[in-house]
Ligand binder design. Structure first.
Ligand code: FES
Ligand SMILES: [Fe+2]
Length: 390
């Protein structure tokens, strides 16, 4: 991904040394995986759901994140709160997935109940707890922010507010009206047998697009040609729709249809697909007809789960349904290609012969990601696994 600084390039005879990625051992080490979760993932913003997923009082959504579980719930006054999804009695997980609790959240173990604003409401066999202070035993709250209609939570540390981190891109999002969108389907989960960093490395660079995603490349210019990395850890690439129609039916049909269907958008937004990322593990794709987010969630060393969902403005027109069908079909193919490529990388990383190769300037976002990990966990600089990791 191209850097935005405008400093003059060095003369060709003194090139800057090429950057290298993290050593192979870091893509599947149990102690490192624990540190990554504590130092990099916990102190970062994570999407739980969109406000449109929980429109009514009592509606809730959960996010399982490493050993943690988070619930966001809309209370009777319509306010959204975020809490640890853990009973204050003996720790039972309170809620799963998403749904509605009409007035209270009731623990399935001994029946303690919590108000929708988190306060402890009722304790079964109350007399058996002499002196119990209900005020002390509400669900533990979690820092929460809403941006573009998405409910984000942060479990630790003190990352800057999202509006600050994304400030440079918020004007670009405006025409899409993402806060007004509704779910186009349920949250999906895909288990990939690759380390979470392999999946993120892949999303953070588009150098692989011309070879790895021939369909996408037939339809769009590569987004590294129109790339912006901000110093706050967010980046965006834009792929512009080619005038040349793809010969493949679904791709050519999408190219034909899109501009005539999404007429509420400014003209330039009708012709591009935009790909945003926020370190360490979030992707946001914005298309003229819909958008999606996905998180790469670690599932132990060398394994991850992709969690994501798709949203669109309310629109029942047949031509919009067709467009969204085509988009989903094209992106499903891209997703399968990415999974296959990531698995090939994970297998290659297992070979003792591999030392990290030089990286293209089109992989600069991945370099930023690796620098973030190096800063948080200096041990990853070691070419071989150190005796103890800190
Ligand atoms: S663990 Fe929840 S009521 Fe006992
Ligand atoms: Fe890809």
């Amino acid at each position: 991904m191209a850097m935005t600084d405008t400093a003059p390039r060095r003369p060709l005879d003194t090139p800057t040394p090429l950057k290298r990625g993290l050593p192979a051992w870091t893509y599947g080490h149990p102690d490192l995986a624990k540190l990554e979760f504590e130092r990099i993932l916990k102190p970062s913003w994570q999407i739980v759901c969109h406000i449109s997923n929980i429109p009514k009082p009592g509606d809730y959504a959960t996010l399982d994140f490493g050993p943690e579980s988070i619930v966001v719930v809309r209370d009777l006054a319509g306010q959204i709160g975020a809490f640890h999804n853990v009973c204050r009695h003996r720790a039972a997980r309170l809620l799963e997935g998403e749904g509605n609790c009409p007035r209270a959240i009731t623990c399935p173990y001994h029946g303690w109940s919590y108000n929708l604003d988190g306060g402890l409401r009722g304790v079964t066999v109350r007399d058996s707890f002499p002196g119990l202070d209900r005020g002390e035993l509400g669900l533990l709250p979690i820092r929460m922010e809403i941006m573009l209609g998405f409910v984000f939570v942060c479990l630790a540390g003190n990352p800057p507010p999202l509006a600050k981190t994304w400030e440079g891109f918020l004007p670009e999002f405006a025409p899409y009206r993402i806060a007004d969108m509704e779910p186009l389907g349920p949250v999906y989960f895909e288990d990939w047998d690759v380390d979470w960093k392999v999946a993120m490395d892949n999303y953070l660079e588009s150098y692989h697009v011309p070879v790895g995603h021939p369909g996408l490349y037939r339809m769009f210019t590569p987004d590294y040609d129109d790339q912006l990395n901000l110093a706050t850890g967010v980046a965006r690439g834009t792929g512009w729709m080619r005038k040349q129609k793809s010969e493949k039916w679904s791709e050519g049909r999408y190219q034909d249809l899109v501009e005539g269907v999404v007429t509420d958008l400014p003209e330039e937004n009708r012709r591009c697909w935009r790909f945003y990322s926020m370190l360490p593990n979030l992707g946001i794709d914005v298309f003229p007809d819909q958008m999606d987010f996905f998180q790469v969630l670690p599932r132990g060393p060398g394994k991850c789960t992709i969690r994501g969902a798709t949203f669109g403005l309310p629109d029942t027109r047949r031509e919009m349904r067709v467009l969204r069908y085509l988009n989903a079909r094209i992106n499903r193919q891209v997703q399968r290609e990415d999974e296959t490529l990531c698995k090939r990388v994970q297998r290659g990383l297992a070979s003792g012969s591999y030392v990290p190769g030089p990286l293209s300037e089109h992989e600069s976002c991945m370099v930023d990601f690796h620098d973030l990990i190096r800063a948080a966990i200096p041990a990853v600089r070691s070419p071989v696994p150190p005796a103890s990791i800190s």
